[in-house]
Design a protein. Structure first.
Length: 386
């Protein structure tokens, strides 16, 4: 059987740094304590490791205050906290057609409670123009919610200009950084972004079941917690504490996941996010050029690799996306994602909604040139046989 080629890093990065596996195993076998719940040695070690993970996230976001980062169970959990915690009946939200269902579905739910939502279109390459955001904003708009990079086209959105426009209109901006954090070197603090949500298991190289929400200082007064319960603090009161980050972190943390995430962040810092970014740009250019040379392949998204993250969506004439993905796995052990990628409005904009979406190949920090070449050769062979 051919060696496995994993090109689904936009869903979850794999493999992880070996240190992540070791750290999770060490926690399970040697520590085993809950966070913030024990005064014994192992409990203190766990608390220190989570504190360091939070500090590493703060550095990655641009030197924000660590206490302003709420640890979540995934990116969807963080986005739900931001949207349901912030928005009230009568609020107006500007979002876009390039969003993931983790934004679209909470907003749809909030619409039934009196929140108004405007969806801004994108270009043929999947890019949202700042001017389109400006036109959609109203005098009393509360929030702009936008992904930093599309999980379908890979298109990087102009977050800086959009954040500036939101500020001028008195609106907050929430960035879904699921496909950006760990891939792009962005100082969200300098850009003036109010809220950033992301999972830990994609570009941050951590385990599943981890995530974060950054709240600009002061916003904790406006964002309500969605969960109430034990925090290990203020245990003599039956009301949720207002202190950060405990306000948003009721219940036991996913400690093995967060310890693994902390080690992954240390690995990312040592390697250098800019080094990882350059590696992914080179692989994306190689992948896109190889697929473009196949006459029956239709590509989507920006042409330049520097304008996108390491996500390449395409279709092959004569195959629906699921058929091609299944064939790539069964015959070549090349693992990709097929379908709508939880972004139906993006596919409607691309004209691929009714035909089942696209095939998506996504590179990661450990993807090699040889793997890219194998994937391109497999698609070319399938195309030639059709």
């Amino acid at each position: 059987m051919p060696q496995r080629v994993y090109l689904d890093n936009a869903a979850t990065s794999w493999p992880k740094p070996v240190e992540v596996y070791d750290a999770v195993d060490h926690y399970q076998r040697e520590l085993g304590a809950a966070a913030g719940r024990g005064s014994y040695r192992e409990g203190a070690i766990v608390d220190d490791k989570i504190r360091r993970a939070r500090q590493a996230l703060a550095r990655l976001l641009g030197g924000v205050e660590p206490r302003q980062i709420a640890l979540a169970f995934n990116g969807t959990d963080a986005l739900n906290l931001a949207l349901h915690g912030l928005l009230r009946p009568g609020d107006h939200v500007v979002t876009t057609v390039v969003e993931h269902n983790s934004v679209l579905r909470p907003l749809r739910s909030l619409m039934s409670r009196g929140v108004r939502v405007t969806h801004v279109p994108c270009s043929a390459a999947g890019v949202v123009a700042p001017e389109a955001i400006a036109r959609a904003l109203e005098t009393d708009s509360r929030l702009v919610a936008i992904t930093h990079a599309s999980n379908v086209t890979g298109a990087i959105q102009p977050i800086g200009p959009i954040a500036e426009i939101a500020r001028k209109h008195g609106a907050l901006i929430l960035v879904d950084a699921a496909q950006a954090l760990g891939h792009l070197t962005t100082n969200y603090r300098e850009l003036g972004v109010d809220l950033v949500a992301a999972p830990g298991h994609k570009g941050l190289m951590g385990p599943l079941g981890t995530g974060l929400l950054y709240l600009r200082p002061g916003l904790e007064q406006e964002v309500r917690p969605l969960r109430q319960g034990g925090t290990g603090t203020s245990s003599d009161h039956d009301v949720q504490p207002d202190s950060l980050p405990e306000k948003y972190e009721s219940g036991n943390h996913n400690v093995p996941g967060l310890i693994g995430l902390g080690v992954a962040l240390e690995w990312l810092e040592r390697r250098g996010p800019s080094v990882v970014r350059q590696h992914e740009i080179e692989l994306t250019e190689r992948l896109r050029a190889g697929l473009q040379a196949i006459p029956s392949v239709v590509l989507y998204g920006p042409t330049a690799a520097a304008d996108r993250v390491g996500v390449v969506s395409f279709n092959l004439e004569g195959y629906n996306p699921q058929e091609l993905a299944t064939l790539l796995d069964s015959a070549y052990r090349i693992q990709v994602r097929a379908g709508l990628h939880c972004a139906p409005l993006t596919h409607r904009a691309l004209g691929t909604l009714q035909t089942g979406g696209t095939v998506r190949m996504s590179v990661g920090a450990f993807t090699t040139e040889a793997e890219i070449d194998r994937a391109v050769e497999a698609v070319a062979e399938i195309a030639a046989a059709n």
